[in-house]
Write a protein that binds this ligand. Structure first.
Ligand code: WT7
Length: 635
């Protein structure tokens, strides 16, 4: 078992070396000793990254819910699996034990079966952060249905695109959602989305806000009565190791979102292994990740990773600012949270508020702090370290992606010495490589380049739903035989990695991964807009904010610019969601383009960041004159 739980730096290096020397044996031992299998694999790994084809634990049969629930019932049946903390602090929190979770998952699974859902069918889950969300994921996994969770902050258009892309036939939602002071009419968004989703046969509705909502006959059903009459016995469906477990959409640099497909065995092994090591989880610990289950962080580190380790995982419905900015710290104190995992954007927002919000709470239960989603700046790191961890809690700066399924580069607490802004060292089994622009791997230390991974790891996404060619083009074509992450990174003198940010047209705003193309497509739908280009610029809280350069049609030029700006943001909200709204919109006559007609975002980015003295050579542009005009009007 020493492979499974690393305790010091020497052991890390030993384990790491073994994982590189013989990855198959390394993962085989972990898989063998820490999980239950219905049938053993015939081959640990079969792969060819040029196809690309990756199979882990080929031939094995298992069910992830047996590993996350059933096998804990004997020793941990009365232990809290999910600790639900509601939006409203005066509502009582719920301790859902492993035994209760088992019952709820089985009942929910039977309801899905009664609706005709079978192994391989896609189920869309569009729910707020309430226990039914986690239960719905597990119920799908129980019967082998593929879940596709859509973050409940996405708009009706974004929801319908995702439902149609993978042909979901059933949607799970709720009457509404509580978010701070607001009540959001979730069901209305679903109703609107389903106007263009003909394949959806049934909608299961969780009662949460008790708002009056219309129910469509022969389509919509309240979930609770169905659960009440369902049996609490449901055999776990035997799944092949490589059967899809879920689809999760992520933005790409071109229009359509990518439905990343994660499979069963590899994802389970890797999310469980990394959870145990990165958070040094011990039996009685209470672990809290503040992400939403609608993102990969929630899938891997609120649901699957923690439950596979029989952990107690906190599920928080609300926001850090409600009823005031002390809420996170009040929850840490109330539930004696030991590991706390959040995003840099949340840390920066909290750091801006009065310190006594944190100081008035007993944070002594905390042992480990984590961060994820974007590079953490030094100031935020120190604020977190000084005021929350009181300099005694290691900070794990975890780098990974929706596509990687689990944490890839991160310190291991008490083993890896941390340095602010460095994700430090690869976890066992992960072989990072830095590449130069023409595709050569950079050897040695003190180099920077494009971050790739040289060898398969168990939880890598296997394809993009319905578009394997796009999967190949996006991740395996830039550098032959490597997985390309889309990020830039540097390796310092000691071999530590620091992620420097995206090198493609994806911008991370408040930890949300936004592609420029879908936002531009939305803006271009405005009747007054001729063309647009989006870039990111640094923002104190959000990390990056969006800056739009917009060319108007002649008719648009007569319009009031303030109104136009409002309308443009309205369109973005409708098509994508409020997270993609632009902070600045500059109307311009032209956009800098290459001779082949490609917008030079690099130049616009410099302008938006106020670095107009560092534009580099612009003489090769088709229209260098527009650059001066844009700089003159810069906001
Ligand atoms: C992108 C992936 C993985 C869960 C949340 C985001 C950026 C993520 C870090 C970090 C610097 C980070 C990268 C990556 N990113 N973690 N610790 N330091 N950058 O998942 O939405 O798929 O976004 O987030 O740019 O490629 P995602």
């Amino acid at each position: 078992m020493s492979n499974y739980h690393i305790k010091n730096l020497e052991e890390y290096f030993q384990v790491y070396r073994k994982s590189v020397r013989d990855p198959e044996t390394f993962w085989e031992e972990i898989a063998e000793e820490n999980f239950v299998w219905q049938e053993r694999w015939q081959q640990v790994l079969d792969f060819d990254l040029t196809v690309p084809r990756v199979n882990w634990f080929k031939g094995a049969k298992l069910n992830i819910t047996e590993n996350c629930i059933d096998r804990h019932l004997y020793a941990h049946g009365s232990k809290t699996a999910i600790l639900f903390e509601p939006n409203d602090p005066s509502e009582t929190s719920q301790h859902i034990t492993y035994k209760q979770l088992h019952k709820r998952v089985c009942k929910f699974a039977n309801v899905l079966k009664d609706q005709g859902i079978k192994k391989g069918d896609r189920v869309c889950i569009y729910l707020p952060m309430i226990p039914e969300l986690a239960v719905a994921l597990l119920a799908c996994a129980r019967i082998g249905a593929i879940h596709s969770v859509v973050f409940a902050g996405f708009s009706a258009t974004a929801l319908s695109t995702r439902i149609n892309d993978c042909d979901c036939t059933l949607v799970v939602t709720s009457d509404g959602a509580f978010r701070g002071e607001k009540t959001i009419d979730l069901k209305a968004i679903v109703d609107e989305a389903l106007g263009s989703c003909k394949g959806v046969k049934s909608v299961l509705v969780v009662k949460r806000t008790h708002s009056e909502i219309p129910m469509v006959e022969n389509r919509d059903m309240w979930l609770q009565p169905l659960l009440d009459s369902a049996s609490n016995h449901c055999e776990p469906e035997p799944m092949d190791a490589e059967d899809p477990l879920f689809i999760l959409y992520t933005s790409g640099s071109t229009g359509k979102p990518k439905g990343m497909v994660h499979t069963t065995a590899g994802y389970m092994v890797y999310s469980a292994y990394t959870f145990k090591n990165v958070f040094q989880y011990r039996e009685k610990d209470v672990y809290w990740c503040t992400a939403d289950i609608g993102w990969i962080t929630g899938h891997s580190y609120i649901v699957y990773g923690p439950l596979a380790n029989a952990a107690t995982t906190v599920l928080f419905e609300g926001v850090p600012s409600y009823p005031d900015w002390s809420r996170f710290w009040a929850i840490v104190e109330k539930h004696k949270v030991n590991q706390f995992y959040t995003a840099p954007t949340a840390i920066r927002a909290l750091a801006k508020e009065r310190l006594d919000f944190a100081e008035n709470h007993d944070l002594s239960s905390l042992k480990i702090l984590g961060t994820v989603g974007e590079p953490i700046n030094e100031e935020a790191w120190h604020w977190y370290n000084d005021n929350i961890g009181k300099k005694r809690c290691p900070i794990v700066d975890t780098w990974w992606q929706t596509e990687t399924g689990g944490i890839m580069i991160s310190p291991i607490p008490h083993a890896t010495p941390t340095i602010p802004t460095f994700a430090t060292l690869p976890l066992p089994g992960i072989q990072p490589a830095l590449m130069d622009e023409i595709g050569n791997e950079l050897s040695g230390n003190s180099v920077s380049g494009r971050l790739c991974i040289r060898f398969p790891w168990p939880s890598m996404a296997r394809t993009i739903w319905g578009d394997h060619q796009r999967y190949k083009d996006t991740y395996f074509s830039a550098f032959k035989g490597y997985y390309f992450t889309g990020d830039g990174a540097l390796r310092d003198t000691t071999g530590y990695y620091r992620i420097t940010g995206r090198v493609d047209d994806v911008i991370i705003v408040s930890g949300h991964n936004l592609g420029t193309a879908p936002i531009e497509d939305a803006i271009n739908e405005h009747p007054a807009v001729a063309e647009s280009a989006i870039v990111g610029f640094p923002h104190k809280i959000k990390g990056n904010a969006l800056y739009g350069f917009v060319i108007l049609k002649e008719t648009g030029e007569q319009r009031d610019p303030a109104n136009l700006r409002k309308e443009i943001n309205q369109i973005i909200t409708e098509h994508i969601g409020p997270i993609a709204k632009l902070d600045k919109i500059q109307f311009t006559k032209g956009l800098p383009k290459t001779r082949s007609g490609k917008i030079m975002r690099r130049i616009l980015r410099k302008i938006a960041c106020g670095e107009t003295d560092r534009l580099g050579d612009i003489s090769t542009l088709l229209n260098p004159e527009v650059v001066d005009a844009i700089i003159e009007d810069v906001l």
